[in-house]
Design a protein around this ligand. Sequence first.
Ligand code: GLC
Length: 442
Amino acid sequence: MTLQELKSIEKAFDVPLSEMKRIIRAFHSEMGKGLSDSDGSLKMIPTYVDRPTGDEKGKFIALDLGGTNFRILEMELKGGKNISKPVSRQFVLDRKYLAGDGKALFDFIAGCVEIFLKGKGIDKAAHFDLGFTFSFPVEQTGIASGRLLRWTKGFNAKGVIGKDVVRLLDEALAGKHVNNVKVAALANDTVGTMVARAYEDPDCDVGVILGTGTNACYREYISNIKKLHSGMTYAGQMIVNTEWGNFNKLRTNSYDKILDEGSGNRGSQILEKMVSGMYLGEIFRLIAKDLMKKKVLFAGTNIGVFGKRGCFKTEYMSAIESDHSAGLPDMARLFKKLGIKDTTLRDRQLCRNICRIVSGRASRISAAALAAVIMKMDRELSRKHTIAIDGSVFEKYPGFSDRMRSALKEIFGNRSSRVSMVLAKDGSGKGAAIIAAVAGSL
Ligand code: GLC
């Protein structure tokens, strides 16, 4: 590969400060549209809940559905910002549920609740309020009701779009005769993550997920949520789920376009397709495939893992960027396992450069989106903000969080020290339980 070719890839993925500033402006305009209900790429969904006080109490169950794993938790909120360590159990969601009949998906979930309660010897007479973390775009109509707008992250279960997912869960629980559990709150994972951190940290006002999918929520003045009609008190604040994964005012390149065209949700989730763990590996695969076709990468090897959509996982990119040894032997082993037997050191160096370019763009777009959200609340960054973040890309991708921090520094200068991004691991379920407690006290 000539330097020229690498340069042109770099250019296609470049997000300089001027572009981050443009993204922030476009974000603010889309946020405004979403809050007033006019067409835009940001849904800006009101959640009917605000930050907790830390004094909420009680025993709760939470369900956490948003990826290929599904978790059930039981925990006790003790007040005084104290939460017992949750007891949790993970269930694997078979792929057949992702695209099958929606009723089967909800029956499976209800069946897991039954197994969980039995396994814990929970007596059917004991009543539990349940917080349901459902990490998809849901138009909430109250703290415990909301219609699914569309599926994301490869889910496509039939007959759920347009339906109230709390009702579907309640019906499935009733079908299993689980009558002692009531769905008291519905929450997006970003909201759960933010609320779980805010229970103990009053500066926390943003929740972000950077994992299989990506999204953020933040605190907004109710008076700014123009689409909330009569019946609402206009005092106070409410958490808004931005659904930023669908933001589409971004500069896409030829690889992004191919990825979008081959996806099951063409034209949607454009930011998510440039940033999240479900797609980064696919972008790398498309670039590598292109370079192989041009015979500038892995010369003489067959196309292997690069021939098939979705086969190059983001975890492989993480592994590539973690290899710091001189001859890059770990990477050579990885490629061998993936069916590319002979790689030269130059091939491997190139692959590492490409990973850096792809993940670098993702980290800078994420930082710009985050800066836009913070500035929506506090334009001059006049106070401290804790950003609760969860997700494999933020937690595990080498250098991702550091690159986000330096991009925030470019945007905010020294004031960026007022923004602390903290890893809020597994907060989404915990937060749903806290929201169930808030719901109970309303
Ligand atoms: C997708 C979903 C969104 C969720 C995010 C992270 O973008 O639409 O609701 O918060 O993934 O899981």
